[in-house]
Write a protein that binds this ligand. Structure first.
Ligand SMILES: [Zn+2]
Length: 500
């Protein structure tokens, strides 16, 4: 008989967001799984160690539906930036990272997420040829070492950003265009690398699985998109893509294909229950119906959408039409932090500013469900997202004596609208303690700070030419995209009138 590890958690209150309550509940964990949940003091074998949780509120670990572990070294490096300016600026932050930089970048995000109550994430990381298969495996190892669940999905593209948007490349200044590497990627190489990574993936898929992220539909040839869908089906790998994140993308799709990004992906076999749209700001009803019919998900990333001026997604309509809703922060380059409590609060508030009918605003229980059970479905970690018998013990322990919880009123509202991660005391993933007394137990922050500062210095030198070129192109790209955004479109997602 293999040895089993058990732990009894006694005296805590367990959040039941759906009923806006937090009854005192004891949990028995066996080998990282919740095997009993019941009234305080339920009988248990005397030899089982007890964790005393009085004064603590337990909730399921939050699940970040969309982030980029590749951008944590670049947090808060830019002020006014749209999505398209960020993509234009990629050579300034994405290039020339060594394996050590890539692992460190990933670790910084994992530590921040864990310390802020998030136990699983969907990481759209470096794609080929920026990353090798060995480096991708090392990025997965960074999550294993941090003690976090993750989908690691390389961002794939074979069409340059400058060629993806009709008309953009041709209007760039001639002398700058000559310095750009805007040629097509090697589709066959990208797909072969992706398949090799799927074949060689050494990590326990219940903790760190490999996904596939054709990054933006416009950046992928039909051959690449079809190839990604086929690999996903063959290896049962999850798929994610930035679909209709910006109005630029939505308008450019109509210009290029005569139909929407979602319709295009449906034609190429991308939609299905393991497919997640990141953002989905500019989806219309028809797009949402297509996603719902295939059982697909949307990761709603309201902080990033506001930060990049992408607009306000209609999360209520997604739920009404049957789309599974998850919530994400997005990467540190366009969210500046990795705080899922903040993402939940934003998700609540941006649904309110869409209109005066308060009966259509997202409720706190709906937001919490999206950030837990919805994320579990989108990531494929189906045993996470809920503290119930048979589910994994991914548990956040909040201090009810922290100022956010004084006084204790409605715990569903309070976890979504009041909590800011400063009450997180302990976090376990699969029954293993990864955060104790607010600190990640497997890392030394002062050492991480030294490594990160050195990496930033190295990368600023290595990427100086890329940064120079991006800065030189910024105004041309920015003004072209503003012009595109002023063209008529049948949905409106900006906070203000069109064109202002
Ligand atoms: Zn993203």
């Amino acid at each position: 008989m293999p040895l089993t590890t058990s732990l009894l958690i006694r005296g805590g209150r367990l959040l039941d967001a759906a009923t806006r309550s937090a009854p005192f509940t004891d949990l028995l964990l066996t080998d990282g799984v919740i095997t009993q949940r019941g009234e305080p003091g339920f009988p248990a074998p005397p030899e089982v160690p007890v964790f005393e949780a009085s004064g603590l509120l337990l909730h399921a670990g939050l699940i970040n539906g969309h982030t980029h572990g590749s951008t944590n070294l670049a947090k808060a490096t830019h002020d006014r930036w749209s999505l398209e300016l960020l993509l234009n600026g990629a050579p300034g932050w994405a290039a020339n990272q060594t394996l050590a930089h890539k692992a460190l970048n990933t670790t910084l995000g994992a530590v921040e997420m864990l310390q802020k109550g998030c136990t699983s994430c969907y990481d759209l990381t470096f794609g080929f040829p920026l990353v090798t298969v060995d480096e991708l495996i090392a990025i997965g190892q960074a999550y294993v070492n941090a003690g976090m669940r993750a989908v690691v999905a390389p961002m794939l593209q074979d069409i340059s950003f400058y060629k993806a948007i009709p008309g953009l490349y041709d209007m760039l200044p001639e002398q700058l265009r000559q310095q750009l590497d805007a040629g097509p990627g090697d589709t066959g190489f990208i797909l072969r690398q992706m398949e090799e990574a799927l074949q060689r993936w050494p990590h326990d898929k219940s903790q760190v699985q490999l996904g596939i992220a054709p990054t933006i539909p416009l950046h992928c040839s039909d051959e690449l998109t079809r190839g990604c869908a086929q690999l996903a089906a063959k290896y049962n790998a999850p798929l994610q893509s930035h679909v209709a994140e910006s109005k630029v993308q939505a308008v450019a799709a109509l210009q290029r294909w005569g139909h929407s990004l979602t319709a295009h992906f449906e034609q190429l076999g991308m939609l299905g229950p393991t497919f997640t749209v990141a953002h989905g700001v500019w989806l219309d009803d028809d797009d949402m119906r297509r996603l719902a019919a295939h059982g697909s998900s949307v990761s709603h990333n309201p902080g990033s959408n506001m930060r990049l001026g992408a607009g306000i997604a209609d999360s209520r309509r997604m739920l009404e039409l049957g789309v599974n809703l998850a919530i994400g922060t997005d990467g540190a380059l366009c969210a500046d932090n990795q705080n899922m409590y903040e993402a939940m609060r934003y998700a609540s508030m941006v649904s309110n500013v869409r209109g005066p009918d308060y009966t259509r605003w997202l409720t706190a229980p709906e937001v919490f469900a999206a950030a837990t059970a919805g994320g579990a479905r989108a990531t494929g970690f189906h045993q996470a997202g809920q503290l119930a018998v048979g589910r994994v013990a991914d548990i956040v322990f909040l201090d009810l004596n922290a100022i956010n919880w004084i006084p204790f009123n409605d715990p569903a509202n309070q976890v979504v609208l009041t909590e800011d991660a400063t009450s997180v005391r302990h976090v376990m993933v699969g029954g293993q303690w990864v955060v104790e007394h607010g600190r990640h137990v497997r890392s030394d922050l002062s050492q991480l700070a030294q490594q990160a500062q050195a990496a930033v210095a190295e990368l600023s030198v290595a990427n100086a030419q890329g940064t120079y070129l991006a800065d030189a192109l910024e105004q041309a790209v920015g003004s072209f995209c503003i012009g595109l955004c002023r063209s008529p479109f049948h949905v409106h997602r900006y906070g203000g009138p069109l064109g202002l």
